[in-house]
Structure formats: C-alpha cells, structure tokens
Design a protein around this ligand. Structure first.
Ligand code: HEM
Length: 316
C-alpha cells in the first residue's frame, strides 16, 4: 500500500510555546535551525522504501515515554552482561531503529553534540503520523537522554491483555487520563501485529470460550486462519486496521464492530466514558485528531534524562 499524501486541510498546527519542565518549540532555534527538516527528510526517505517505518517510529516513541519518561532509553543497546529495555519482551518487535540512527548522523553533521536522541524520536513520531495522512503539530523540544535502560523495566508498559481498570491505572501512573488512553490507542490505526500478540483471544480464551466472545465471529475466523494452531509462520499476523498505512479514524469504527486485535482495544467499550469517546472519534476524524495531538504532546512531555547522547545506541 502506498503511503497517503496528507491533505493540507487536515493539517492541525498546535503551537505551544512551552510544555512541561523546560520544553519549548524554539529550543534549537539558534543551535540547530535545520533540525526539523533533517529529521523529516530521514523519515520520508525511510518510508519511501519501507512503508512499515512510520508505525514503528510511533510505537517506539510511546514505548520510550512510558519507561523512565521520553529519554531515549529504548534506543540503548544491550551490553554483554546487561540487557537493555530494547531486548525486553514487549520491545522485541520494535524495529526501524536505523531511521533514528540516520537522522542522528545527519543532525550531528550539522550541529554536533546539541540535539538529544529523545527529541529526534519525538520529532520522528510526529513526522511518521503526518506522512501517513494524520495531523501535524508543533513538537516541544529540549528533552535529555537517559543513562539507564533495563530490560526488566519494559514490563512497565501496558499489556494487550489488560482490562480497562488496568489500563487506566497504568496511564494514570504517568499523569495520563482516560481520554488520553482512548486518543493514544488510536495509534493502532497504523501498523501490524504478530499472531502471538492476539492469540489469547482466538484460542483457549477462557474456561467457557475458545474464542473471545467480544470478537466479531467472521473476524475471529479470519484471524484463526492467519494464525493456525500449528506451524504458524514466525512473521504471520494481521494489520492493525483495514487501512494500516493511513492515519485515520478507522480503528474506532472497527472497535464498535468487534474487529480490533487486542483485549486492550476492545476494553475501550467497557466504561461509559471511554465508550462515548470511541463513538465520538469514530464519528469525527477531526475530533480524533485534536484529541490525539493533545495527548501526544502530553505523553511526549513526560520527563526524561540528563545528557545529549553522541550515539543514540550508547551512553556518552
Ligand atoms: C494502550 C495500551 C497499548 C497496548 C497494550 C499496546 C500493545 C501493542 C501490541 C501488542 C502491538 C503488536 C506488537 C507485535 O505483535 O508486533 C502493538 C503495536 C503497535 N502499537 Fe500499541 N499498544 C498500546 C498503546 C499504543 C500507543 C499509545 C501507541 C502510539 C501512540 C501505539 C502504537 C502502536 C503501533 C503504531 C503499533 C504497530 C507497530 C508496527 O507495525 O511496527 N500503541 N501495540
């Protein structure tokens, strides 16, 4: 599928002068004036030959921010006797790290030692959404990179088997509301999931049901055929929604039909507040975009690290 060219009418620009601690829109105005175009070019170039890159970058930023704040801890490589976050189970399927490496290399050529990897990742996630036809927003910058990354901490990420109270608690621990949960889950309009991530819903679901009864039966049958009990190919799986390279509100329409992959997606229908938001976003792409941008800025302003890393894969 080709990546959709974004329509200008859908561009939402949210100009924030300052968010959170010391983040600001013009943080690199003097020290690295071409930063944003360098990162945008790197994302665009990668996407031209790999249309899975935007989804990967958006997810990578979320996984970064939810563990130790947005501090690029997810980018650090493991060492011989130390397993980094990247190699924790929920992060094994992260990919497209090369896009951040390429962007960082170009940024270092223009403005050495100034721009954090965490800021590059936050910009790349925004560019990934925009390139996929979604909204544009002004990213507050000035994050620092962290020096700690532990595989064990990757379990702080929410699991796809979570119910709504587990999801609510996990998000609240980061100062994020139920509205943020519903809006940010809209990231599942992009990308792909492996069978292992939703197999629990199509096989031995619980004592009474083989298949999760909240799944649409024909959708469940399709997932079962993609992910057979025996000899499932390692890379088998499903796209997250029916237009998985386009950032749109299809995901919410599919939740209402029981055609989403994870229990955590379907769980958004289980409280009146979250159900109303799902219906609102299914009915109005504009309302989804506005809420998504607001929640992304909130999530991506979670506090992070201490230094500006020279190489995104290793501490200084
Ligand atoms: C609410 C809790 C969430 C849970 C439990 C969750 C879980 C998952 C799981 C299990 C996968 C599939 C991994 C695989 O099998 O390869 C996935 C994929 C993905 N997630 Fe989430 N996620 C959540 C929230 C988010 C948020 C907040 C975003 C971004 C704003 C996001 C963006 C993505 C994207 C873009 C993919 C596709 C990745 C790719 O194609 O490489 N997710 N998620």
């Amino acid at each position: 599928m080709a990546v959709m060219v974004p329509f200008l009418s859908f561009i939402l620009i949210f100009s924030l002068v300052s968010v959170g601690n010391s983040l600001s829109s013009n943080y690199y105005e003097k020290t690295c004036p071409h930063l944003e175009s360098i990162v945008a070019q790197a994302v665009k170039k990668a996407t031209a030959s790999d249309n899975t890159a935007p989804a990967a970058l958006l997810r990578m930023h979320f996984h970064d921010c939810f563990v130790r704040g947005c501090d690029a801890s997810v980018l650090l490589n493991s060492k011989v006797k130390h397993k980094a976050e990247k190699d924790g189970p929920p992060n094994i399927s992260l990919h497209a790290f090369y896009v951040i490496d390429n962007a960082k290399r170009e940024v270092e050529d223009s403005c050495p030692g100034v721009v954090s990897c965490a800021d590059i990742l936050a910009l790349a996630a925004r560019d990934a959404v925009f390139l996929s036809g979604g909204p544009y927003w002004d990213v507050p910058k000035g994050r620092k990179d962290g020096r700690v990354s532990k595989a064990s901490e990757s379990f702080q990420l929410p699991a796809q088997t979570f119910n709504i109270s587990q999801l609510q608690k996990n998000f609240a621990q980061r100062g994020l509301s139920l509205e943020d949960l519903v809006a940010l889950s809209g990231g599942h309009t992009l990308g792909f999931s492996h069978c292992s991530s939703f197999r629990n819903r199509i096989q031995n679901f619980d004592a009474k049901h083989d298949v999760d009864p909240s799944l649409n039966p024909s959708f469940a049958a399709k997932l079962k055929s993609i992910c057979p009990v025996k000899n499932t190919p390692k890379n088998a799986g499903s796209t997250m929604d029916t237009s998985a390279t386009t950032f749109d509100n299809t995901y919410y329409k599919l939740i209402l039909q029981g055609k989403v992959l994870f229990s955590s997606d379907q769980a958004l229908l289980t409280t009146p507040e979250t159900k109303n938001l799902v219906s609102k976003f299914a009915a109005s792409e504009g309302a989804f975009y506005r809420a998504f941008v607001k929640s992304m800025i909130k999530m991506s302003s979670l506090n992070g690290g201490q230094e500006v890393r020279r190489d995104c894969r290793a501490v200084n």
